[in-house]
Design a protein around this ligand. Sequence first.
Ligand code: CAP
Ligand code: MG
Length: 445
Amino acid sequence: MSSGYSYLHLGEKINSDNYLIAKFYLESDANFLETAEAIAGESSIGTWTTLSTMTSTIYSELAPKIFSVDSKKGIIKIAYPIALWEKGNVAQILSGIAGNIFGMKSVKNLRLLDVDFPDKMLNDFDGPAFGIKGIRDAIEVYDRPLVGTIIKPKCGLPPKMHARVAYESWVGGCDIVKDDENLTNQEFNPFEERVIETMKLKKEAEEKTGKKKIYVVNISAQADKMLKRAKFVKKHGGKCVMMDIMTVGFSGVQYIRSQNLGLILHGHRAMHAALTKNPRHGVSMLVIAKMARVAGIDQLHTGTVVGKMDGTEEMVKHIDGVMRGYWSGIKTVMPIASGGLHPGHVPALMEILGDDMIMNFGGGIHGHPHGSLEGAKAVMQALEATKAGLSLHQVTKGSANRALADAIKKWGVYVKDSKKVKKYTYNFDLLVPPIYADDEKIAVK
Ligand code: CAP
Ligand code: MG
């Protein structure tokens, strides 16, 4: 091959303790094996030509090994020696296995499907500080999915109204209230004022309900600002902050994690689909989720199967399983199902994804015909019915569970048939007028 060295080790047994292993899907109009070698080289020590500077030591210590190829399916597996990677540096790893290779002319389509770290590498990462157990301990809920809401509209509410909507959601039964991914520190809702107002009403909601509540504050920004904001949240009694992991970048996440602030880190994945959506090209959500876990995210958006965003049952379940699974000394991640969910989704969602998750409802709570408090109640009624093994239709007969009945009237109930998830009675109600048209309509204390 053109770089002068071969990386082909087909059939060789790889000791997974000593290599990072990446699995790719490749389509190429050029020779498949040559393209695979070009990928292996470009992602590690090689380039397009032979080098007078290459040494046999570099080659023997750092060269990758293509140890498995299925040209019919387009699958290649490459083992990269540990020494190639800087300890605990997600950015550096991605610059290799998810870097230049996507832009090579000989590559028609290339997708990084999976990555496996040897324990020796895992141990160099912080990983989550809390994990699933730590999150459950913080909220003191152990026997059901956690219920969260995203304040809607995404942007626009002033701090006091934001706090009031949060209060209603908590009192209606939500464990968690969070900012949306594009709400940070805008003039209509300054960060510090929002934190102060919302934390104040969080305390009131806790007193009223006798339950612990969490406010997830979006700190996404430049790294120095994120740290300042995280410290502000902490100072005001907060337990959790959110970062948009793709837009702030993994280094931003690792930086905040390295500060050991004692805050749960919530990972929103906005922009992931630019990489994950095309099944033949880019980076899989599984890889992104693994990177988020090593970087230190405690709870991560992974998909809903039944909601508005892409993600098949097989894929979301697999990712959630990996996030909950054992990984040497690295704590687990609690999956978050979010996007287009309403109370009528709850039975199918819980059947598919189980109890160890956060179910997030934005429009599905604040779009309730009678407001956010009733919306939150409706979700809790759906959850309780499902836990009791009752159908939503059963529990809304007569005058019981009015909040849920009203939600079902608007959105219907999503039914998962035995084999496939079936989409039906889906109505996003895009033209519903805003419930809170102005300050008057919401009683701000
Ligand atoms: C859901 C949503 C999420 C997206 C992200 C929101 O709101 O939380 O951003 O769904 O999806 O905050 O806007 P709705 P994913 O409940 O109103 O749809 O988790 O798939 O990245
Ligand atoms: Mg959002």
